[in-house]
Design a protein around this ligand. Sequence first.
Ligand SMILES: [Zn+2]
Length: 174
Amino acid sequence: MAVLLLNASLQPLNVISHRRLVVLLSKERVAFLDESAEHATAEALAGRRLPDGVVIVRLLRTIQVPRRLLRPNRRNLLLRDDHTCQYCGLVGAASELTVDHVVPVSRGGAPDKWENVVIACKRCNWRKANHRPDEVGLHLRREPRPLTQEYAHIIFLRYPDLKEAYDRLLATAA
Ligand SMILES: [Zn+2]
């Protein structure tokens, strides 16, 4: 169960722990979006239980959000490439997938540039070995690009439940 923290403007900021939620509430830095959610959460926390469902709170004052530089690490690449081998299209569990350098590092490819790393299944990775894709008849399904720096996008890729709750919230606010 996750707590989604929104900026005062309702822009999603982060997913926080229950402990952090209790601290923010005690400092009166955040508010609930409606009274029923507030009651349910207060009751649960008082009984040292976790509230049911998704909890959404918003900051009372707007904060400036720092631009985040996302790194093309394995976790972020799995998100960008939807757990899909970029050569054959196999969708797999993280354990079945590897990170492949399109142009091998040993042949001058950049080791840590979004444009040169993709998710590949073990089979394609093995077949490709120390080659460029075209040398072994492999083709990228789409051009690798940096993952968007819009942080909400990342939050919602990781927590689909929160996306649903947030969309409902925006629908009722409209
Ligand atoms: Zn593959």
